[in-house]
Design a protein around this ligand. Sequence first.
Ligand SMILES: [Zn+2]
Length: 471
Amino acid sequence: MVRYDPWMQLEFFGAAGEVTGSCHIVRAGGRQLLLDCGMVQGDRDAAARNKLPFPFEPTGIDAVVLSHAHVDHCGRLPLLVKRGYRGPIYTNPACADLVPILLRDAAELAVREAERVREDPLFGVDDAEAVVRQLVRVPYDQPRELLPGVLVRIREAGHILGSSSIELYVEEGGVRRKLVFSGDLGQYDTPILQDPFAFQSADLVLMESTYGDRRHRGRDDTERELGAILAQAARDGGNVIVPAFAIGRSQELLYLLAKHYAEWQLARWKIFLDSPMAIAATRVYWGHPERLDDEASRLRASFRGMPPLPNLVLTESADESRAINAIRGGAIIIAGSGMANGGRVLHHLKHNLARPECHVLIVGFQAPGTLGRQLVDRLPEVRIHGQRVPVAAQIHTLGGLSAHGDQQDLLRWYDGFKPPPPVFLVHGEVASSEALALKLRERGVTATVTRPGLQIDLAGVKSLAHDWPSP
Ligand SMILES: [Zn+2]
């Protein structure tokens, strides 16, 4: 069976024409390297798509490189292993510490969901554990030969702890090409994390475009807006519910609450981090001081473990979580899932959405088909656990807290490349990717919005980058 044409090639599978399901393949020297293996998130259709066979043979993959620990980038790794992949999964050390937290949770979720619909689970806890055993830690900024003719260097992406952009040097028959895969890019000057790495050269760029059509509010404005919402919520006397990704947004929120504790009079609130996964991830965050920015390093040096919030309650058990339901006002509840399509936040929304004195804060991207998206779209009524719940609570979308850079951030990242290499846009809804492509084309850049199955002959790409690190 001919698995692939014997030349250097890049092929797009997932997060092509949409945001989730990140998965691309690089072929060189007769080897195949997989970039990310993410889950598709969203409506019921997404669950069905995650079950489909991979559009490649898992046993034919020689190495996997993982950009970061979000489920839409690593969530199908257990399935890849279950379907026969036994090779190394390379990622940076901070990401390798977060992956077990995330995948064990994903596996338990898959098993519970399977019981509910009386089917075999997509994968089990054993498969997640197998992924953890196959993880290989590659430090940031050090070139490493992963396969003959494939050299990789991992760079900061500033999106969540342990997020990375991947520099790939591929060689075949004397032809050398340098690819840069952005991974998910954070905003510049985001709290806690360092800025995305400033690249200077590449022959070809794969770039995310989640917010390719949007401008976030400025960082200071966003923090002021958050303070104002909490002040209003305090006057209204209800609760504040924040659906938040366990890894990333939860830590940033806690950090901001700690930073403005006195100014925002937060002593009057009880703050709940109601997610065992977020609690575990927070410990990993503070266990990697080498990845923090200066301000966060200073804050970390002044305390141990968690941000210094005297009224922070960590609720690990389900009973502790249920007890929160009795609280009618004065609680800020941070809980998953981040798109409110499952998890403990559903219970909190069920108890608070119908009450006009309550507030819901949306702080991250909401995929179409999720409850979070329905709230953003201001539906007057939603369904939770099969029950109709009218939406009377006040819904706020704080785009400025997003883990993703906006159009300006993305252009700033790309503008570091000189001369400008051709760019393939991934990880965006088509309208968003197209808007960014338009901006790039105005600069004379060849920009392509990818679709699944699109193949690029790398030897046919013009050589622009001339650095070649030695491992
Ligand atoms: Zn991400």
